[in-house]
Design a protein around this ligand. Sequence first.
Ligand code: HXC
Length: 526
Amino acid sequence: MNLYKLLLHKMQAMIEDKITRLYNMKRSAEGGGGNDKIEAQHSKGKLTARERIDLLLDQNTFLEIDKYVTHRNDDPGTKKYYGDGLITGFGTVNGRQVFIYAYDFTILGGSLGEMAAKKIVKIMDHAMKAGAPLIGILDSGGARIQEGVMSLDGYGDIFFRNTMASGVIPQITASIGPCAGGAVYSPAMTDFVLMVENVGQMFVTGPEVVKEVLSQEVSFEELGGARTHATKSGVAHFIAKNEYDCMDKIKKLLSYLPQNNAEEPLLIESNDDPNRIDGNLVNILPENPYQQYDMKEIIKSVVDSAEFLEVHELFAENIIVGFARMAGRAVGIVANQPLYLAGALDINSSNKAARFIRFCDAFNIPIITLVDTPGYLPGTDQEHNGIIRHGSKLLSAYCESTVPKITCIIGKAYGGAYIAMGSKNLRADINYAWPTAEIAVLGPEAAITIIHRRDLKQSPDALATKKKLAKEYRDKFANPYIAAEKGTIDLVIDPMETRPMIIRGLDALATKREARPWKKHENMNL
Ligand code: HXC
């Protein structure tokens, strides 16, 4: 072998060594916390962070960055792992770009240290610059105890970016495991939180702390399980049966959203005729206005192919919010639900609808409001817990939104609730009403006990008089025609033509431009 060949051989061997080193590191990084930890993860019925990313992203599109980052704390007891308990990168979902991070519970319980936080911050910055959705998959013990204030500062950096990204790119979080301490606040600052049943848990302080401080016994599930957050706290917008269902729901949700606030949502070709009428629609309403009916039947009849992605399905069920399409265009639906609390507005429903309206407005999604509400829920519970403060958020949300807004009053629209539910004066663009609409300051019974108090007192048969007066009131005031005369209802429509009328309105408003005065931000009644 001559000298040249020998040198070449040595160089090749050196390069091979270097490449072997890379592949060893890659194998080690992809092995997470080791086989034992992966088995433990699987035995809890959970997928690993990598398996989750693979499930969500289009095949072979994931490009991982910061794979070889390790922690740099000087605690000799904290083992170094490539990736530092977090996987970050980019890929596509149904061909559209997303940025993603997933906590790896197999490494130090997915706890967040300084370097892991830097990885999240980097991917958030990428998502912002690219103008693409950010998806976080959580399974974490919270701030890494060994890294003290560096870990806490890391959360601070993440919270700052969550705030900057809010209203600019969609942010979605899935809680698929414990999310403790600091790990819960970042999700809360994102647009949508999904939790997997019996797996996702979110709490600021865990059951042990609750027991120590308050001497209360509470299970993980009861304190912060998926059902608790989907029904009681409203932290979870979606509840998933399992991780597969969770990823499907994220994909579905993304399909309604634009990539960022400078874009419109995708227009999808629809097979559903935009001029389709539904002669059965009016039959959904009961003859007696005090009987219940399911508003979701009306929503499904009106939207494309009866497809409706409900948000916050189990929270504040007296109002319905969610995404659908009309003639292929994504819309946000807000509707009272007479099946719960007769569709009355209360604290939780006001918060729920206000947040949804603000999301739609930020991301150029028109808002369709369907109204049937007897008013605000009365009582000390509501008043003492701040219905005035919370209820006003719904007013602000409608007032500040500038996307196309179409409202259709179906049944009752009384008092403050009439104003709050996308009325003309809160700047809805088109206001329709069915002939069955009842628009008035108060419902008949409440109104006549005030304006006819004396007549009722003097009447020998108060009940019969009340009935007669209520009928007179309903005929005179509880209809859509007074509002139509004043122009606050643009048109009274035949119920069967609701779908074509909304679609024609959306077509007319597609190029709508409306500005609000410049301000640093509104001082919303939080
Ligand atoms: C470092 C942690 C950790 C943490 C878990 N681990 N949490 N390491 N910092 N915060 C480690 C464990 O030591 C263990 O390591 C491994 O992760 C798995 O944890 P287990 O307890 O064995 O798992 P499990 O029984 O499933 O319980 C998971 C858990 C529990 C519920 C998350 O670990 C837990 O309660 N952790 C602490 C949660 C917490 O209080 N965090 C708050 C931090 S304060 P080994 O080596 O044994 O595998 C905070 C403040 C921020 O976040 C506030 C910002 C506003």
